[in-house]
Design a protein around this ligand. Structure first.
Ligand code: PMP
Length: 314
């Protein structure tokens, strides 16, 4: 779907996957005026297909579009476009428990503009791909390294929205971490270099006894939809969930650490390396107990294996 200066998106159409044409001076190519989203469709055992909280993705795109001076599709337009794209690709949704269909909505400044200014034209498009586990480790624990030199986002920047440019800033640290054998990078805040922010593409939770702490949403981390859902699920299981500044020192005596995101679902962390020192969570008394419990609750809901009392699936 496209829109011009009136900010109203056209109806859109289903097209075969392929290249799109853009002017070399398109705003997205030159100034990074673009946002994306990520969500998944799961197949139920009866063959039908379920979406998980797509209106949340629509709302996050609308918030982000304001930050990047873009018009956005309405919640209804967004959800309808996601549904139509999934239905057109239904055969690619893997069988229950064998993966999911990853859905990638993109909103870009597709108009040509030479001087720095918002684009005169926008394109909203969606593509999909079947996926398995994000980390090759699956539900076995991943190894993270705390990044000390690079930051993902600063207060007043675009870290709180899903701007495409945020991901350019993490590539270097992520590649270095991968080359050293770590699965991903854990970022600290840019002011004190002390408080946990998030991983390249997921949010972080720290478990100590019955309390689960996670960095508060204060403008620099992405408000994850999995994060928001896991907080509700964890509360319903009797955990005390705290959204607050979480210091990197708290990693030292945590019982368990896990990450959440659409792609990673709930991934237990096996070790975190900080300033050359490695803290192991494997082998502690409560190895991945909490993350496994929350993973099971969330994925059973997403796959339609249990009653959806929250009304999160459609
Ligand atoms: N943080 C970042 C930087 C991300 O890219 C993502 C993935 N969208 C998340 C957190 C997790 O968000 P969600 O649970 O909505 O996928």
């Amino acid at each position: 779907a496209k829109c011009g200066p009136d900010g109203i998106f056209s109806k859109g159409e289903i097209l075969p996957f392929g290249n799109i044409a853009l002017s070399p001076s398109a705003a997205v190519l030159n100034y990074g005026q673009g946002l994306f989203e990520g969500l998944k469709a799961h197949r139920k055992t009866d063959g039908s297909v379920l979406l998980f909280r797509p209106e949340e993705n629509a709302m996050r795109m609308i918030n982000g579009s304001d930050r990047l001076c873009m018009p956005a599709p309405t919640i209804e337009q967004f959800v309808d476009a996601v549904k139509q794209t999934v239905m057109a690709n239904k055969r690619w949704v893997p069988p229950t428990g064998k993966g999911s269909l990853y859905i990638r909505p993109l909103l870009i400044g597709s108009g040509a503009i030479l001087g720095l200014a918002p684009s005169p034209e926008y394109t909203f498009l969606i593509y999909v791909s079947p996926v398995g586990n994000y980390f090759k480790e699956g539900l076995s624990p991943i190894n993270l390294i705390v990044e000390n030199n690079f930051h993902r986002a600063v207060l007043g920047g675009t870290g709180g929205v899903k701007a495409i440019g945020n991901y350019a800033s993490v590539l270097k640290a992520q590649r270095a971490a991968n080359q050293k054998g770590y699965s991903d990078v854990l970022y600290l805040d840019a002011v004190h270099n002390k408080y946990l922010e998030e991983v390249s593409s997921c949010n972080i939770f720290v478990v100590k006894g019955n309390t689960i702490s996670t960095p508060a949403i204060e403008g620099t981390i992405l408000p994850g939809i999995t994060r928001k859902s896991i907080i509700v699920v964890a509360n319903s299981k009797g955990y005390k969930v705290e959204e607050r500044p979480v210091s990197v020192d708290e990693l030292l005596d945590a019982d368990e650490v896990f990450c959440t995101g659409t792609a990673v679902v709930v991934s237990p962390v096996g070790s975190i390396t900080y300033l050359g020192k490695r803290v192991e969570y494997d082998g502690k008394q409560r190895v991945c107990d909490v993350s496994k419990q929350l993973y099971t609750s969330l994925t059973s809901l997403q796959m339609g294996l249990v009653d959806d009392r929250m009304g999160w699936t459609m």
